[in-house]
Design a protein around this ligand. Structure first.
Ligand code: C5P
Length: 212
């Protein structure tokens, strides 16, 4: 069962890459950010507080597979709320089984802690990153495409805040697994990032197959 772990920064292109890789390798794909977004949405809908660990943990336990297709999960405010709920170890614990069960049959998993915490034995680990200004430009284009009215400067500021929260939280912070392969997409098109990723994955899988 092949597991491909794709971690990386916000708007680095990891989601698009993960979807393409899942088609290419015929593996199911889980965007684990959606779990945190869905939990955060439940708290927002209940007018809850992100410092209320009990309410946040209950929301995480209430996340089910059919919550994950709601288009509102993609919005900027829900994403920012997701990074607030994600700091609580109890919330992360509540979402662990869902992710491990999904990965058990082989999968492409994308998130922040897949290679480090969720699937430390993944067959291949990629870490996707790009310069903040490039990521902010991509995210700005995406949000204005959805009709959100927001300036590039605000998107950049929010992105830096989110990077900081994800990298410095005590529990499962965003970091590069020691055995992950870094792909910087700053100057890569989606297609070139995909080609670069397939090259790395095929090389790693070939070595594994040769060993067995
Ligand atoms: O990837 P996405 O932007 O949808 O993730 C939203 C937030 O959820 C991230 O900023 C991060 O705080 C959190 N997250 C996480 N661990 C994951 C996936 C997402 O902490 N595996």
């Amino acid at each position: 069962m092949t597991v491909i772990a794709i971690d990386g920064t916000f708007a680095s292109g990891k989601g698009t890459l993960a979807r393409r890789l899942s088609v290419h390798y015929e593996l199911p794909h889980l965007d684990t950010g959606k779990l945190y977004r869905a939990a955060a949405k439940i708290v927002l809908d209940n007018a809850g507080n992100f410092d209320d660990i009990e309410a946040c943990t209950k929301a995480a336990r209430d996340v089910k597979a059919d919550c994950l297709d709601d288009p509102v999960l993609k919005s900027g405010p829900v994403g920012a709320a997701a990074s607030k709920i994600a700091v609580h170890p109890e919330v992360r614990e509540a979402l662990l089984d869902f992710q491990r069960e999904f990965a058990a049959g082989g999968a492409v998993m994308d998130g922040r802690d897949i290679g480090t915490v969720i699937c430390p034995d993944a067959d291949v680990k990629l870490f996707i990153d790009a310069k903040p200004e490039e990521r902010a430009a991509r995210r700005h284009a995406e949000l204005t495409g959805y009709g959100e009215k927001i300036t590039f400067e605000t998107v950049l500021e929010q992105l830096k805040e989110r990077d900081h929260r994800d990298a410095y939280r005590a529990e499962a912070p965003l970091k590069i697994a020691t055995d992950a392969h870094l792909i910087d997409t700053t100057n890569l098109s989606i297609e070139r990032a995909f080609v670069a990723a397939v090259k790395v994955i095929d090389a790693v899988l070939a070595v594994k197959t040769a060993k067995h």
